[in-house]
Design a binder for this molecule. Structure first.
Ligand SMILES: [Zn+2]
Length: 274
């Protein structure tokens, strides 16, 4: 079983050095994955993406991309849906040059729609995007993520149903262990979660400690800030090991790779060999 760990963005130890150096640093630190962050907008030109792609080939670090937060495929305003699709496709274009996959995104908000209406909007948007990916000949997947706020579309069951209906090899999902914890106020059985995603093959996931309130996710925290109500790091590791599922786990902790390292040590303590 293969477990790849790594940071959401350029490692702190390579801060300010850019994504190509970030990828090399990830390898130097002994990790196998990194997510390139476009969460606050896509500032990367294709030329730089190609440079990141060269660093990827050199190091074999598994790259993925996080699309901008500003996405809503179920907006009541058609022009916002259009802009959302464009942002995901621009992320895909960079991902293509970086040899990165999947391209993760938060699919949207229910707003005034019912969950079913929201589902239909998001399904339609995704199908248009995957058509475009095929048309361009990009070999990558997009991955709607399990979300942490009750106002956001993206429970695990919604996403699994979406994948079942879409049946498209260019669409998978991103499992965010912390978001699920925040959304359900700590009532999550991670063994059940791993069973549900069993047939998806290599899983792409996010993990960090998280604070939540009535409406779900508040903010991500480091392992050392975690308290009683935080998701159990060892419990998540155990559920993953028990599932024997190949997985990439991106650390979305404020201290990025430092918590990847902590997670690595926990996996090793539980008997996994990297
Ligand atoms: Zn995310």
């Amino acid at each position: 079983m293969k477990i790849l760990l790594g940071p959401a963005g350029i490692p702190l130890t390579a801060k300010g050095e850019g994504n190509p150096e970030g990828v090399r640093k990830v390898r130097e630190l002994g990790f196998g994955a990194m997510e390139v962050e476009f969460t606050h907008g896509i500032q990367m030109e294709n030329e730089l993406a190609k440079e990141v792609g060269r660093a990827q080939k050199e190091t074999k670090v598994k790259l993925s991309v996080h699309s901008p937060y500003f996405i809503n495929l179920a907006s009541a305003e058609p022009k916002k849906i259009k802009a959302s699709k464009a942002r995901i496709l621009q992320s895909c274009e960079r991902a293509h040059y970086m040899n990165a996959s999947p391209v993760v995104f938060h699919p949207g908000f229910y707003g005034n729609y019912t969950p079913q209406e929201t589902f239909d909007f998001i399904k339609k948007g995704i199908l248009e995007i995957t058509d475009k990916i095929r048309e361009k000949g990009w070999s990558l997947s997009i991955a709607p993520e399990t979300t942490g706020k009750v106002s956001q579309f993206g429970t695990l069951d919604e996403l699994l149903l979406l994948l079942k209906e879409i049946k498209d090899k260019n669409c998978t999902l991103c499992l965010d262990f912390a978001h699920m914890w925040a959304r359900y106020h700590g009532k999550v059985d991670y063994n059940e979660v791993m069973k549900k995603v069993k047939k998806l093959g290599h899983i792409h996931s996010h993990f960090s400690q998280i604070a939540y309130g009535e409406k779900g996710e508040r903010n991500h925290m480091t392992f050392s800030e975690s308290r009683e109500k935080s998701p159990p790091v060892e419990g998540v590791c155990k559920a993953i090991l028990a599932s024997r599922q190949d997985i990439t786990i991106i650390s979305e902790s404020p201290v990025l790779e430092q918590d990847s390292m902590k997670m690595k040590k926990i996996f090793e303590k539980l008997g996994h060999k990297f």
